[in-house]
Structure formats: C-alpha cells, structure tokens
Write a protein that binds this ligand. Structure first.
Ligand code: FES
Length: 491
C-alpha cells in the first residue's frame, strides 16, 4: 500500500492508484471533464490539476499515480485561478446556447463553470462554427459544443470495440467524426458526453432532465439483463439511461437498451384488450378469461389448460405466471419462449454438470485468462457479454478462441479461430476435450469434486477419434491443439 496526504487527510491506497481515485476514497472532490472511470485516462482538459509539495508545476490528478509520502493540495487560490482560466479557454469557442441546449441541467461544463464562478472569459479566437452533423441516424452531433474530452471516442473504441468515432482535423478545427459503417448506434457516446454535443434524436426537445422521474428497471432485450432507468414524464417513457456506478453493466447499453423504447408509446400499439377482436374493458376481458378457464377446468380438468409466457418478462413476472398456473389453476403445463434458444445447452449443462443456469457471474468473464466462444455471436445476441469478453482480451491479457461456422464481430480480437463445418459442434467439443486431457491441462482435483463420473468421462475422452474430428470439422489438428493450449493455460 502507498501512504499519502491529501488536503491534510491521510490515505492509504494500492500501488498505481491515481491521485484522483485516492482523493475520492476520502471524499475529496476534484473536478474532472475528460476523465471517465470505465475507460483509459486522456489527460486532455487539465481541470483536475492539483499541487504536490516539492513539484514545481500542477499535476493532473486523473492520470498521476500516487507516490509514497507525497503531500497533495486540491484546493488553493492558485488552483482556482488556473482552473478558471482553463474553463475560460474552453469557452472561447463554446456557444452559450444553454437555454436551448439538450444537456441543460446535466452539463458538466455548466456545472464546473458555476462551481468555479466563471462569469466571463477574456480570450478571443477565430470564430470556428462547424455545421451541426444531422445525417447520422438516431444521433445528432453539434461540434461547436464539443470540448474534445474524447470520452465518446474512448467508449466507442475501448468498451464497444466499434472504432466508429475519431478526432478529425487539428487544433481549433478538430471535431469528432464518425465512420458511419462501423457505428452500432449503441448510444454510449450520447450517454457519456459531458456537454450537449452528442444528442439522441428521439429525445431531443422532449423534456428537461429535472422534469423526468427515473424508474429503475432491467432491460429485457437479451440475457445480459442490463440495469436501466426508465426516464418517465406524464406516464410516458422518454428515454432510457443507465448509471455507471453500481450497475452490472457499468452504465453501458447497446442499441436495444438505449434506443429501443419507442414501441412502448407507439400509437399502433394495442392498448386495450380485444374480446373476439372487439375492443373491450379490462374487467370484461378478465371476466371472460376467468369464465373460460373455469369452464375448461370443470369439463376437462386443469391439465387441459396451458400457458406460454413472453421471453421479455422478468424472472419475477415469470414466477408469478407459474404461480398462477400451478397454484391457482392447478396446471403444470407452462412454458416460455425464453427457454427455447438455450434449451439444448441447458440440458447438456444440467446432465453433464448439474447446472441449471450460468456457472458464474457475467463480470468474471472480464478478468478471464482465456475465453472460448462456441457457436455464439455475443455481439448480436448478448452485447454486454461481448463487452466483457473484450475487457478480458483487449484490455486485459486474456486470449480468445472463437469456434463458429461464421466470422463474427469478436473474431477480430481472437488468437484462435475454429471455423467448423455445419453440424460438427459435438465432434469439435469432444476433440478439444481429448486434447485438454492429452496435454495434461485437466485439473483432476477440481473435476473430481464437480463431475461424479469423472473416470468414465476421461475414458470417453480418451476414446475420441482425433482424425475423425479433423475430417468432420474441417479444422486441422494443429489449429485444435493451439486452441486447447490457450484454453488449458488459462487459470
Ligand atoms: Fe484530468 Fe481532464 S480530468 S485532465
């Protein structure tokens, strides 16, 4: 641990902690503009500058690591003056269109100006007034509000792996541009923008943020189950946000989560029940359902009644659904489409390992040494899982094996690609198992405690015909061995 003093408070933090992180641990607030916890530091704005005793110039707290025994000052007249000057310089070409700016009420620039008492600015520059970019779908960009903090570029590259946004031009002409063909429209650039530069077109001019009520919820578009806040006004969902802190998805959403809410208020949506295709009241519809179920039950017994629930329901809603059927109606004939896609995998997990769900938390993937993605395309099917895999292999030292019939988005980050012939998944899985056994990668102790028929499983794997697997999958033995080494060398 490293010991230091910040504004007279002693703090002890692990090596490589930044001064900013250390200050937060003792509730000392240092202003930031370009810093975002979930991406690498940029150190561009310098608003976080602090004084370190014995160092002749201010240092940026967001990217300066702590050192044993240093004495840091975060508030002084000199710091206030230089921070004010930084803000004044940023404001040189920033339009003061706050009354109509979409970020009004949640603009970091506005807040810091207010905190630092920045009431005028003394500098002048050429009036660079780039055009608003309006031709992108879903997102509008107002370049003259941009402070070039690059948070949007970093989330796009480091978290999403889309590489769509980049800084175009130089100096005071610089602006954030986009390779539209790379954009996944996840909306994270809008979410992290500290000013009103990146704007959600569907939300534009819909409401001021302080008028919105935030209702915490869970996104049901995919199994990632990201934590979201439905931003509601007059019983209408006007946007979806997600907090970086204390959410499993760290505030990051995909296009479905961020933009996929408009169906809720769509005029074409069915908003009243139909009985025999005619609009009716809820009372009438519920009475009819109860009467029909009661009649069928009386005539044919409860087993004659079956219920199917939507894959977009939450666990809690599905629990109530099965309770209604099992306890109230007395029928066990229930199902959900949520089960169909993964049914065979779930059965295999249950049969092989006794697991009825995932074997670990999703965020554990982000710290894995090795990741095998078999037959899935997480970027399309469960984007938050994709981001965790990217965390492991692009930001960590993990290695990725992609086994798929097709090229998928994650293929570009993989060290090993197993492009198998359609229908040869089992042959490939067995061959990888055999190679892990042959190359002494199996953890005997761990497997003995989790697999009841371990010796039988080993015997089965020993009997796997590797030449046959090469023939069936179309993958060379060398490629399979390389994949087995990556998987086997992971902890
Ligand atoms: Fe530290 Fe911008 S927040 S340099």
């Amino acid at each position: 641990m490293v010991n230091l003093t910040i504004d007279g408070k002693s703090v002890s933090v692990p090596k490589n902690t930044t001064i900013l992180e250390a200050a937060r641990q003792v509730d000392i607030h240092i202003p930031t503009l370009c810093w975002l916890e979930k991406v690498s530091t940029t150190g561009a704005c310098r608003i976080c500058a602090v004084e370190i005793e014995g160092v002749d110039r201010p240092m940026t707290a967001c990217n300066t690591p702590v050192k044993e025994g240093i004495n840091v000052t975060t508030q002084s007249e000199q710091l206030k003056k230089s921070r004010k000057q930084i803000m004044e310089l940023i404001l040189v070409n920033h339009p003061l269109d706050c009354p109509v700016c979409d970020a009004g009420g949640e603009c970091d620039l506005q807040d810091i100006c207010y905190d630092l008492d920045v009431v005028r600015q003394e500098f002048q520059a050429d009036d660079v007034n780039p055009e608003t970019i309006n031709h992108w779908p879903l997102i509008q960009q107002v370049p003259n509000r941009c402070i070039l903090c690059e948070k949007c570029v970093k989330v796009c590259h480091e978290l999403i792996g889309a590489d769509a946004l980049f800084v175009n031009e130089k100096g005071d002409r610089a602006f954030i541009d986009k390779k539209v063909e790379n954009c996944t429209y996840c909306g994270n650039c809008v979410a992290v923008c500290p000013t009103g530069t990146m704007i959600s077109k569907p939300f534009k001019f819909k409401a001021r943020p302080w008028t919105l009520r935030k209702a915490p919820s869970v996104c049901t578009y995919c199994p990632s189950q990201c934590q979201i806040d439905l931003n509601v006004l007059n019983n209408e969902i006007l946007r979806v946000t997600s907090e970086d802190a204390e959410t499993t998805n760290k505030g990051t959403l995909c296009v479905g989560g961020f933009f996929g809410y408009s169906y809720i208020n769509n005029q074409k949506r069915l908003v009243e029940p139909l009985v025999e295709q005619k609009p009716s009241s809820w009372e009438e519809a519920v009475d009819r359902v109860v009467a029909d179920i009661t009649k069928i039950k009386a005539e044919n017994g409860p087993a004659a009644i079956a219920g199917f629930s939507s894959p977009h329901l939450t666990n809690e809603e599905n629990y109530l659904f099965q309770k209604l059927f099992r306890a109230a109606i007395g029928s066990n004939n229930i199902d959900t489409e949520a089960r169909f896609g993964a049914l065979r995998a779930l059965r295999a997990l249950d049969k092989g390992l006794g697991l009825h769900g995932a074997s670990n938390r999703m965020d554990v993937i982000g710290t894995a040494d090795a990741v095998l993605v078999f037959g899935a395309d997480p970027s399309a099917e469960a984007p938050a899982v994709d981001w965790k895999i990217q965390d492991a292999v692009r930001r960590g030292d993990g290695k990725l094996v992609i086994a798929n019939m097709r090229q998928i988005h994650l293929t570009q980050f993989s060290e090993s690609q197993l492009s198998y012939k359609p229908g040869s998944e089992i042959a490939l899985a067995n061959a990888l198992g055999r190679l892990l056994l042959d190359r002494n990668y199996l953890d005997d102790e761990s497997l003995k405690s989790t697999v009841s028929n371990y010796e039988e499983m080993k015997a089965d794997l020993n009997a796997v015909d590797l030449a046959g697997a090469v023939e069936a999958t179309g993958i060379s033995l060398e490629a399979m061995e390389q994949a087995a080494d990556i998987i086997g060398q992971g902890k």
